[in-house]
Design a protein around this ligand. Structure first.
Ligand code: MAN
Length: 542
């Protein structure tokens, strides 16, 4: 029945079509007849009469003579779609009785078969296009704030790295210094240390330290006493009765006011109660400290640290500056290589070591390997503590360097760092039975709404898992994979594919479990809204 209708319409001469029917605009200039009304196939293989173009019979090997029919295999057909956008389809779909969606002008079928809907299709397309443009414009503005965030983050990390490198260099020097002290302290025999400890400088230092400690103790006692006395005098100052004309009390009050830098208290003030500005009084009382001496505040806060000084380590360090004090017998022994030709030194050292070890075994000298643990441990502890904090600082630096290199890594936070701001952002979607959650670059979860256990649906593994999609391309950022979640009973580990598109909000829109324990999340993010190509251009340029 339909065939008959098509045949009938074919035979109707009503809507005559141009001979270039189906030719794409780029090829139109090549479809014109010669003066002799002939035409050359596009591949140049043959000249045919112009009338044979689009006569529903395939003449050219490349099929170029039938752009508007389905007579030649493997060719394409172009529908103009006036009022909308032109489109190309395979010629096999021409004149097949079906109105192709791509050809809203109906030109793929004989005239009159398909209605021309291009006006409506074009209008709704333009509406949607405009809405999408608007969305992209708003979204890309948000995206640019994400990029600015990454730039700021970059500066912060660079500054932190620079500071940390400087600090590490300083710490390394300090560790080397402490190691040297620890090594030398440990290498030193107890006997030698005793000799060193007899140094007048060291003994005087210990005496100074003991004296300082005693002074500190007495000072504290006096401070407490002064405070108590001050409180007594303060009470007397505000409560005494001037009507009794007690000169002793008055003198004591005036004396205290002068001493404590307090203003002269009058009748009215006494009644209201004393409320002087404490700080102002203290400031008045503050005295100038001679250069090099400590202020009261320094005394209060730094004296304890000074008194904790490891004097043995200091003694070792002092040695470095003034040259080691030498213990007679061993020094002579160990200095021998200085008098030997180089070639004899190895034999000498072997001999010396075994002699020393024998003498030690026989109890004649102290084993140089034996340490005075008490003296050495403080120095070793100081070195270990410094070395540990150096290790921590190095780890911090490593972390900061890694963060910096991830920041603009296309396989990480994007070439512009646009995803950094969203690192760890959790999006949720309630589907009734479950609330699904994905924390970007972290973990996806399935939380039951009516009791039961939460399942991990996997951790972030990569952007677009397909190898065909180039890292850094817009398509690459349209998918994230979360894998190795809780194992499914009799099935795979749970996993999620998160499909993202441009939107003004970071949101999860849909959840589907396509296969058992394989979930598809769909969502939007402004990070995917690339700026419009024409943005930044003036109206005249467009
Ligand atoms: C739970 C949920 C479901 C899943 C089954 C598989 O009920 O994680 O999504 O399909 O386990 O046993």
């Amino acid at each position: 029945m339909y065939r008959w209708l098509a045949l009938l319409l074919f035979t109707l001469p009503t809507y005559a079509r141009p001979q270039t029917h189906g030719v794409a605009p780029a090829l139109l200039p090549r479809y014109s007849p010669s003066a002799q009304k002939t035409w050359t196939c596009l591949d140049g293989s043959k000249d045919i009469p112009w009338a044979s173009v689009n006569d529903d019979y395939c003449d050219c090997a490349d099929g170029s003579d039938e752009p508007g029919t389905s007579a030649c295999p493997n060719t394409s057909f172009y529908c103009v779609n006036e009022g909308h956008i032109g489109s190309t389809i395979s010629s096999t779909r021409v004149n097949d009785g079906l109105c192709e969606k791509e050809c809203c002008d109906g030109s793929d079928e004989p005239a009159g078969v398909c209605a021309n809907t291009c006006k409506e299709v074009g209008e709704s397309y333009r509406k949607e296009y405009e809405a999408a443009r608007k969305l992209r414009k708003t979204g890309s503005k948000i995206r640019s704030t994400y990029i600015a965030f990454a730039q700021k983050e970059k500066k912060r990390l660079e500054a932190a790295i620079e500071a940390s490198e400087k600090e590490i260099a300083e710490q390394e020097k300090e560790v080397a210094r402490l190691k040297d002290i620890a090594d030398r302290t440990e290498a030193l025999s107890a006997e030698e240390l005793e000799i060193k400890k007899q140094s007048p400088l060291y003994t005087s230092l210990l005496t100074h330290s003991a004296a300082l400690k005693s002074l500190q103790r007495e000072h504290k006692k006096h401070l407490e006493r002064e405070k108590a006395l001050g409180e007594i005098l303060d009470t007397m100052r505000s409560n005494y009765n001037p009507n009794y004309q007690d000169m002793a009390v008055l003198e004591a009050v005036r004396g205290w006011e002068y001493h404590a830098g307090l203003p002269h208290i009058g009748e009215a003030e006494r009644e209201e109660g004393v409320d002087e500005d404490d700080d102002a009084a203290k400031e008045d009382a503050a005295e100038e400290v001679p250069e090099g001496e400590w202020t009261a505040e320094e005394l209060e806060h730094q004296l304890d640290t000074l008194l904790e000084t490891d004097y043995v380590s200091l003694l070792m360090e002092h040695d470095k500056h003034v040259g080691p004090a030498e213990s007679a017998a061993e020094t002579l022994l160990y200095d021998v290589p200085a008098y030997l030709p180089d070639a004899f030194i190895p034999q000498y050292e072997a001999f010396r070591d075994s002699l020393v070890s024998w003498l030690a075994k026989l109890g004649i000298i102290r084993d140089p390997a034996s340490r005075d643990a008490g003296d050495a441990s403080k120095a070793r502890e100081a070195y270990n503590a410094a070395d540990h904090s150096l290790d921590l600082a190095k780890k911090e630096l490593e972390k900061a360097n890694e963060e910096l290199s991830n920041l603009f890594d296309p396989t990480g936070y994007g070439a512009d760092g646009e995803w950094k701001k969203l690192d760890g952002l959790c999006l949720t979607k309630d589907t009734g039975d479950y609330t699904y959650e994905v924390c970007l670059f972290g973990e996806a979860k399935q939380k039951p709404n009516h009791g039961g256990s939460t399942f991990s649906l996997g951790k972030f593994t990569s952007w677009h898992p397909s190898h065909d999609v180039a890292p850094g391309s817009p398509e690459y950022y349209s998918q994230q994979a979360y894998t190795q979640g809780t194992k499914c009973w009799n099935g795979p580990h749970r996993s999620v594919k998160l499909h993202l598109s441009c939107g003004t909000d970071n949101a999860l829109l849909g959840i589907a479990e396509l296969e058992k324990c394989e979930y598809l999340f769909t969502g939007t993010s402004p990070a995917l809204c690339l700026p419009l190509e024409d943005e930044g251009k003036t109206k005249d340029e467009l």
